[in-house]
Design a protein around this ligand. Structure first.
Ligand code: C2E
Ligand code: CA
Ligand code: CA
Length: 852
């Protein structure tokens, strides 16, 4: 059905296959990804927790030493009474000796010092560090420094002064006040050093007390400075070993240390604030810190070019530290080879899947190709082509069977088809082409040769009679002999020969030159000249030939030749060449024939009567019944145009019967009614076609019985020209008609050229002299006229005469003068329906004479 969605078998099978494959691959990929993500999250949590713990522990250790050191310093000052206001000498010695050991143990410790309540300040600082030794620098502010903080190049007061900070008061420094207030060891805020190095520093601080007998009072604050930069180096180590980035920041989210080498200070020398960063990852970390609340730590993932896993943790101590530790590790670093391996696994499985699919498609192809080929072969058969190549074998049993069965089926079908076609294109009896075969062969030949040639249609005259008289078997034998003779000739002419009807042979001569066209008639006559011997009896055949030239196709050509043949059968030469006029005539004939059948079925024929009069009295003694038929418009159609057609079609038998019955009944009724005299003579016209029918006499006899029409008052008119053929049946029937008591008139006498000898054999009662002879009569030629001669004959042979077509008084007189007493013609009356007869008024005429 057009418009309906159709799919080839191959696609129908392969499409779902591919869809399932793609779905499976997609699902596997998705699951793999999901599993990978879960795994990454799990691993990252463990890794980051462990790293965080590592960092926190390191911080603990890192910060523990300075805190312990500052507490120990505070304790030593109090215990050993190292502090004397405004005299730093004792403390200076202590610091010098203990800082050296401390700095070697804990290199992160940068400074160890003491700020007193009196505003003095004493500290030892690691000034230069080299591989072998550390150079210490003394920092002093006391009564001897004039309020400045002096920084010596070495660890004693005699050395060069590297710099001084004027009006330095430790009590004003941010690390001092909180300790003074809370009396407890603690860490300072992270701050940037006041000196030129601007190092980020945090100080472990402890209050220093002095106790005497009365009380224990605060005398200053001990400080141990740690340079955060040293912690950065530790973090950088982690970065190298774990590819992790670590950030440490205070409660305000200002960076304290980070694992990479960049500075934590901004352009203004301030520590960078996470909250100020534009980096989306840092922003995310900042938000996480804000939302951390009571939780110790949180795990985040951040997606930029690749996934980053981030752990943000709180770092708090009871020594005032409230920091955050952030560890960041990228998925690539975290998972190492795992993604590559899983990708490889994926590629391998994809490759395997694809090869599986390839194999599947290959197998499906092997399955579907023979099926679609078979379907194509079936389609080709439907289009009339039998030789579409089919694969012979297939590895799959069922398909192999299907292919073999289909092949066998096709062969059988082809054989039956050919047999059937043979029946269609060959005539069984003569083995010549049938009509169908003939047309097809001619057409193919015509196309090949692009020529015109001639089409001859040969009909055997009176073949039906031969068939009837010799029997059908002999008829068949005769046809085969005719076929053989024609074949011998046609073969030499490279023509095509076929039997296209019972007794019709068609010959197509494609290569006929115009000169040769004249010869074939002669050649055919020769072929049929020799008698045909059937059942030991020689038989001579007459043929008619219809010829057609230059037609578009064989079918048309054959039809035209058929029309020409119909013509030829009525032609004296027995040969006709088709002209378009013939086709028109033939069409008219067909139309007329249809109308005649219709008229017979619907009783449209009428009977007119033309009086036969005695010239001497002018009174009618009888009438000739003449057939009348009107066309659809009510106009009369001449019997001369439809009688021959009725004769050739055989319809005349029925029409004749109908007409005779009608005429006899009408006249009988008129006689019974007394409008016509009792001895009224009725002439009816009978065609030789009717007369040559074996059943005619029986029918006439029944008609006479049924109508009770007196046979003695009936005359049958038979046209002389139709009697020309010396037919024994006609002669016998004429005798039988006479035997019934019915008279016979020879109609249109003088036109048929019958020999007197033959006429003499026929049983007839009267002769009707044809109008042509009456017309030629003049007063001058009357004595030498044909009418005069016939009149003489009638007297010696003893038959009566009727002159036809008398139109003038002169003709009437001359005829009468020549001894012919009966006449018919317009002078007396045209043919009329009986009720319109004026002669009905003459019926009472006393001197009505019977025919002589
Ligand atoms: P036909 O038998 O010779 O009939 C006489 C024809 O001459 C009629 O023509 C008639 O009308 C015509 N005729 C009579 N007097 C005159 C006249 O003075 N002048 C002229 N010019 N014509 C005259 P119609 O009726 O046309 O018939 C023509 C032919 O048709 C008949 O010739 C006859 O052969 C045939 N026919 C008519 N009726 C029948 C019929 O029932 N059966 C058969 N088999 N043939 C019939
Ligand atoms: Ca007549
Ligand atoms: Ca006549």
């Amino acid at each position: 059905m057009p418009g309906l969605f159709t799919l080839s078998l191959k696609k129908a099978l392969i499409a779902p296959f591919i869809v399932v494959f793609l779905c499976s691959v997609g699902t596997i990929l998705w699951l793999q990804k999901q599993r990978y993500d879960d795994l990454a999250l799990d691993v990252s949590e463990k890794q980051l927790s462990s790293l965080t713990t590592n960092v926190v522990q390191s911080l603990d250790i890192y910060l523990d030493k300075p805190m312990t050191a500052v507490k120990a310093l505070a304790h030593a000052i109090e215990y050993h009474k190292l502090y004397t206001p405004n005299d730093a000498a004792k403390l200076e010695d202590y610091l010098r000796s203990s800082f050296a050991t401390l700095n070697i143990q804990s290199p992160q410790i940068d400074l160890m010092g003491f700020g007193g309540e009196q505003g003095e300040f004493l500290a030892m600082r690691a000034a230069e560090r080299s591989a072998e030794k550390v150079k210490f620098s003394l920092m002093v502010k006391d009564s001897g420094t004039n309020g400045d903080l002096l920084i010596y190049a070495d660890d004693h007061r005699g050395s060069d002064i590297l710099g001084n900070i004027a009006a330095y008061d430790p009590r004003q420094r941010p690390w001092y006040l909180p300790i003074r207030r809370q009396h407890q060891a603690a860490w300072s805020e992270v701050y940037t050093n006041a000196d030129a190095a601007q190092e980020v520093t945090i100080s472990a601080l402890a209050p220093v007390f002095q106790s005497d007998a009365r009380q224990r009072s605060l005398v200053g604050v001990a400080a141990v400075d740690v340079q955060i930069d040293t912690f950065r180096q530790f973090l950088a180590g982690l970065n190298v070993t774990h590819q992790a980035k670590v950030y440490v920041m205070d409660a305000e989210q200002a960076l304290i240390a980070q694992s990479d080498s960049t500075t934590i200070l901004d352009d203004l020398g301030q520590r960078r604030l996470l909250t100020n960063s534009k980096d989306p990852m840092v922003q995310r970390i900042s938000q996480a810190i804000e939302s951390l609340a009571s939780k110790q730590s949180v795990l985040l993932t951040h997606q930029d070019e690749q996934t980053q896993y981030i752990m943000v943790s709180h770092y708090q101590t009871n020594t005032q530290i409230n920091w955050y530790v952030v560890v960041v590790i990228s998925a690539a670093d975290l998972m190492g080879d795992i993604p590559v391996v899983s990708q490889q696994t994926l590629w391998v499985s994809l490759l395997l899947g694809l090869s599986g699919m390839g194999l599947g498609i290959f197998v499906l192809n092997r399955l579907t190709v023979p099926l679609s080929e078979t379907a194509k072969a079936a389609k080709q058969i439907a289009n009339g082509s039998w030789d579409y190549p089919l694969p012979k074998r297939n590895q799959i049993t069922e398909i192999s069977q299907l292919l073999q069965s289909f092949s066998a089926m096709r062969s059988h079908l082809q054989a039956s088809f050919h047999a059937l076609r043979e029946q269609l294109v060959r005539d069984n009896l003569t083995k010549l082409y049938s009509r169908q075969g003939f047309i097809e062969t001619c057409d193919s030949l015509k196309v090949q040769q692009n020529g015109c040639g001639a089409m001859l249609l040969i009909g055997i005259n009176q073949f039906r009679d031969i068939n009837d008289s010799l029997g059908h078997h002999s008829g068949d034998v005769l046809l085969t002999i005719v076929a053989e003779r024609l074949k011998a000739w046609v073969l030499t002419e490279s023509g095509v020969l076929g039997r296209v009807g019972g007794d019709e042979f068609a010959i197509y001569l494609p290569n006929l030159s115009s000169q040769e066209k004249l010869c074939y008639q002669h050649r055919l006559k020769q072929i049929f000249a020799a008698p045909f011997v059937v059942a030991g009896e020689p038989l001579s055949l007459n043929i008619s030939i219809g010829v057609a030239h230059d037609c578009d196709n064989a079918d048309m050509c054959l039809r035209n030749a058929g029309i020409a043949l119909s013509h030829a059968k009525t032609d004296n030469n027995r040969i006709s060449v088709y002209t378009p006029v013939m086709a028109e005539q033939s069409k008219n004939k067909t139309r007329m024939l249809t109308y005649l059948r219709h008229a017979l079925d619907h009783d449209l024929f009428e009977v007119y009567f033309q009086p036969l009069v005695d010239i001497r009295t002018g009174a009618p003694f009888g009438a000739e019944a003449l057939l009348r038929l009107r066309d659809q418009d009510g106009k009369f159609i001449s019997p001369l145009s439809f009688i021959p057609l009725a004769e050739s079609s055989g319809l005349i038998k029925a029409i004749g019967q109908h007409m005779a019955a009608d005429a006899m009944q009408t006249v009988n009724r008129a006689i019974e009614q007394g409008t016509l005299p009792p001895q009224f003579q009725l002439h009816i016209n009978v065609s030789v076609i009717e007369l040559s029918d074996h059943e005619y006499i029986g029918q006439l006899q029944r008609l006479l019985e049924q109508t009770r029409f007196p046979a003695a008052q009936l005359t049958v008119e038979i046209t002389e020209s139709q009697l020309a053929d010396n037919d024994p049946v006609i002669l016998a029937n004429m005798t039988k008609i006479k035997a019934l008591g019915v008279s016979i008139a020879i109609d249109d006498f003088g036109t048929g050229y019958s020999s007197l000898a033959y006429l003499h054999k026929l049983p007839f009662d009267s002769i009707k002299i044809d109008k042509a002879f009456v017309d030629r009569l003049t007063r001058d030629n009357a004595d030498d006229s044909v009418v005069a001669a016939i009149s003489k004959l009638s007297r010696s042979f003893g038959f009566s005469l009727v002159a036809e077509g008398v139109e003038t008084q002169v003709q009437a007189e001359l005829i009468r003068m020549l001894g012919c007493h009966h006449a018919q013609g317009f002078l007396f009356s045209p043919p009329l329906p009986l009720e319109q007869w004026p002669s009905l008024h003459w019926q009472q005429e006393p001197n009505l004479e019977p025919t002589t």
